[in-house]
Design a protein around this ligand. Structure first.
Ligand SMILES: C[S@@+](CC[C@H](N)C(=O)[O-])C[C@H]1O[C@@H](n2cnc3c(N)ncnc32)[C@H](O)[C@@H]1O
Ligand SMILES: Nc1nc2[nH]cc(C(=O)O)c2c(=O)[nH]1
Ligand code: SF4
Ligand SMILES: [Mg+2]
Length: 212
């Protein structure tokens, strides 16, 4: 499969934020979020076998492995890669855009972190209820927000799709664009069960760097 980069870092997102993690970043994404911080993953990459990726994950020594991109859900070899990592006892996370349903054949022991793209991303037309229908308490839905309009849109969608209480929800500010303090205030005032999360790796490391 085409891979943009692999690296070992501190997990900066999700309920695993703060833990050492081995990252596998696939190449290629059909979406074009206006604020995407990983546009270098759209093209290029290196052809890698599933077994070489699994071997590198084992050498990294972390019990946590995240597959991100790019868009992992458009990679035909994703189920095989995940199965081999799970067989070795790894905790496997997948970051996906919300633009695609869960691939058939994917072992649901993988924890899915599924974005809900609000209008500020320019990608809200990709957000279909069926892509979120089979998520559960071990997964996460994450809305990345440019501002208050995105907040209101996301709350409304989660309401409409009956997500509250069924899947944990995180709201995260678009880095450098949405004020995290304002987001914290909106969440507290709403009374909704939302986790506020700032990308930890962009505080720990230079936010312009790749592979951290
Ligand atoms: C680069 S994407 C790759 C995986 C998949 N394509 C997706 O969108 O989830 C990984 C995560 O980074 C988030 N992200 C990308 N650019 C961001 C930014 N400028 N500020 C905050 N989060 C961002 C995305 O919303 C997504 O949750
Ligand atoms: N440290 C670190 N944590 C992350 N969590 C999700 C990431 C991603 O780009 O999907 C990411 C990333 O790029 N770096
Ligand atoms: S879906 Fe993910 S990788 Fe694709 S453009 Fe959006 S944030 Fe970037
Ligand atoms: Mg990232």
């Amino acid at each position: 499969m085409k891979i943009t980069e692999t690296f070992r870092s501190i997990q900066g997102e999700s309920r695993y934020s703060g833990w050492p993690c081995f990252f596998i970043r696939t190449t290629g994404c059909p979406l074009r979020c206006r604020w995407c911080d990983t546009t270098y993953s759209f093209y290029g990459g290196e052809e890698r076998t599933v077994d070489s990726l699994v071997g590198e994950a084992v050498s990294s020594g972390t019990s946590l492995v995240e597959i991100t991109g790019g868009e992992p859900f458009v990679q035909p070899e994703l189920p095989e890669l995940c199965q081999k990592l799970l067989d070795l006892g790894k905790t496997v996370l997948i970051e996906t855009s919300g633009g695609f349903p869960v691939p058939s054949g994917l072992n649901r022991e993988c924890r899915l972190i599924v974005d809900l793209k609000p209008p500020g991303s320019g990608m809200e037309a990709w957000m279909k209820a069926e892509n979120f229908a089979e998520l559960g308490t071990e997964d996460e839905i994450k809305a990345v927000l440019t501002g208050r309009e995105d907040f209101d849109w996301s709350v409304q969608k989660l309401e409409e799709w009956g997500i509250w209480g069924r899947v944990p929800v995180t709201f995260s500010p678009v880095f450098g664009e949405c004020d995290p303090r304002e987001l914290a205030r909106w969440v507290l005032d709403s009374g909704l069960p939302v986790r506020v999360q700032i990308q930890l790796h962009k505080i720990l490391f230079d936010p312009q760097l790749r592979g951290v």
